[in-house]
Design a protein around this ligand. Sequence first.
Ligand code: NAD
Length: 264
Amino acid sequence: MKIDLTGKTALVSGSTAGIGLAIAKGLAQSGASVIVNGRKQATVDKAIAAVRAAAPGAVVSGVAADVSTAEGCSALIAAAPSVDILINNAGIFEPKPFAEISDADWTRFFETNVMSGVRLSRAYLPAMLKTNWGRIVFISSESALHIPPEMIHYGFTKTAQLAVARGLAETTAGTGVTVNSVLPGPTLSDGVEEFLVAMAKDADIPVANMSATFVKLHRPTSLIQRFASVEEVANMVVYAASKEASATNGAALRVEGGIVRTIA
Ligand code: NAD
């Protein structure tokens, strides 16, 4: 199989770092024209350069817009009015005891992790259905199935994404459009590296040992017994976005190293 996305335009929300940036690179390497997104123009410009370096000759552009607000989503949609592939990747995470999660925290997580994908999908899906081809991928998490007690507000948004993706997939029946979710497990993204540095400091453990300690303590059922790389996650997303994945629709695709023990 050779994935060839020549002629397709892909938008990856939250793609100036981490998993999103790896997805943008993977899509560009597969021939897609890629639009990256982040909140600041400087980081967007850096990401454009990084994607171009990873995929010489690729058509890459970017839009600075905050997708956690309706205004930011509208600005992004206005700057990129038509896309064939939408990757709803932007997302935030932060451990917090349940009793300390304020109403504002719940709303912020919902707006960023759920409503960004809702708003972007609402804008782009109708044209995909009209042209009879399109791909929408929601980057959910293994935390959608195993709600982490240390960040229930995060788990709630990741489960909500599965519901939205499955519901949208139902509306594509009989067309060439697919909507799927991808569920990464612990992945060494830029955001997670910061998270591990903070955890190592709190636990007084050397940073170099923190990812192994985290997997052992917090994800003991992991079969790979390590964090995934951002590229390992991006590979699954590029496949889900490909023409070759045409029989995969409404699915929750796991790339979580076997943490989730149930088969179905
Ligand atoms: P990260 O923090 O490394 O990168 C997130 C990116 O999103 C950055 O480019 C950031 O600038 C951008 N972003 C954040 N808020 C934004 C906003 N409001 N508007 C525009 N851009 C915004 O994160 P990551 O670890 O790569 O996570 C990416 C996605 O993968 C998230 O949805 C996360 O929930 C999911 N995920 C991550 C892991 C993991 O272990 N890293 C595991 C499962 C799921």
